[in-house]
Design a protein around this ligand. Structure first.
Ligand SMILES: O=C[C@H](O)[C@H](O)[C@H](O)COP(=O)(O)O
Length: 315
């Protein structure tokens, strides 16, 4: 009865329960999906997607190749044949995730439903001819794979550089397994190390000035700013019709991301904070030499220390 109730708790809550009581939840082993490395035809025609999807290995920059390495490795290890409901994140690394999933073949994918975290991933799913669903139909997701702006030594991350973090967090929390993919620049000791723009915070538009003031004068981010659009006059508007504030914090604050996340989330008008704490089971970072760095918990899904290992390019 208790275990059944626990199964419906968000991952963050489970993490704290496990940490407090030392509860272990068995996880299935991760067998290889037996995917072969083939290049697939581009299944899309829309201009926005053409920009996002990789074309051929020859045209990819070293950084793009690193992103692809991470995405492929994560899909090979975590998107297993028995997985039917799959969350697709946002950002420039995610097209490679979709590419690798498509390469698993129509026979596997025709029985699956893919849940997007925003406009971009919805386009990717539709144009790749995968089955599209929504989280209100499928509130339990087998695995969600997503990009990250930075990941610290405890697998906490900053997300929301593309203003998608509200839906991303819902899909991360709905997922039995949440996996991050990125290039090596995102693998840091503490959040905010390289990603200096600040913590992305989604706010309801009419409350933005009040939240900005709270952040600057009460919460300790004097340089918090409203994110402005690049090719539009006015602020960035998220897929949910909200504004985004970017709030940089000093290093000592960012070393305890859960505390600052909770403080920001308590501000009325804040919809979601782009700090994902204790949510990811593993993070894959593609390296320039063709290897992949894997950060994972010593025991999956249990509050054990995070370890880092190198997966050689030959594997
Ligand atoms: O809002 C955007 C998302 O959180 C992205 O996943 C994040 O910004 C990382 O994107 P990229 O893979 O392009 O660096």
């Amino acid at each position: 009865m208790l275990l059944r109730a626990l199964a419906y708790l968000p991952r963050t809550h489970l993490y704290h329960i496990r940490r407090s009581f030392g509860i272990k939840f068995d996880k299935m082993p991760l067998p290889s999906t037996g995917v072969v490395e083939t290049s697939i035809p581009r299944p899309i025609t829309m201009p926005s997607l053409l920009e996002a999807l990789p074309i051929t290995a020859k045209t990819l920059s070293v950084i793009e190749q690193s992103k692809r390495l991470a995405a492929y490795k994560a899909v090979d290890r975590h998107v297993r044949p028995e997985h039917k409901i799959i969350g697709i994140g946002s950002g420039s690394t995610v097209p490679y995730v979709v590419e690798r999933i498509v390469a698993q073949g129509h026979d596997l994918n025709k029985h699956r439903v893919f849940i997007p975290t925003g406009f971009q991933s919805k386009e990717l799913i539709v144009m790749s001819k995968l089955n599209l669903g929504d989280v209100d139909q499928y509130p339990t997701i087998d695995v969600t794979i997503d990009g990250a702006d930075e990941v610290d030594t405890d697998l906490n991350c900053i997300k929301g550089g593309g203003a998608c973090h509200l839906r991303e967090k819902v899909l991360a929390e709905a997922a039995k397994t949440f996996i991050l993919v990125a290039d090596h620049r995102k693998n840091v000791e503490y959040l905010g190390q390289n990603f200096t723009a600040g913590v992305p915070i989604e706010v309801v538009p009419f409350a933005y000035a009040k939240v900005l003031q709270n952040l600057q004068h009460v919460i300790g981010s004097p340089n918090a700013t409203l994110r402005m659009a690049k090719a539009k006059a006015g602020p960035v508007v998220s897929d949910n019709g909200n504004f985004i504030i970017d709030a940089p914090f000093p290093r000592d604050v960012m070393k305890d991301p859960y505390t600052i996340m909770a403080r920001i989330k308590m501000l009325t008008g804040v919809v979601e904070v782009g700090l994902f704490c204790h949510m990811a089971e593993a993070a894959y970072f593609g390296n320039e030499d063709g290897s992949v760095t894997l950060k994972k918990r010593m025991v999956p899904d249990v509050a054990t220390p995070v370890i880092e290992e190198q997966i050689p390019s030959s594997e």
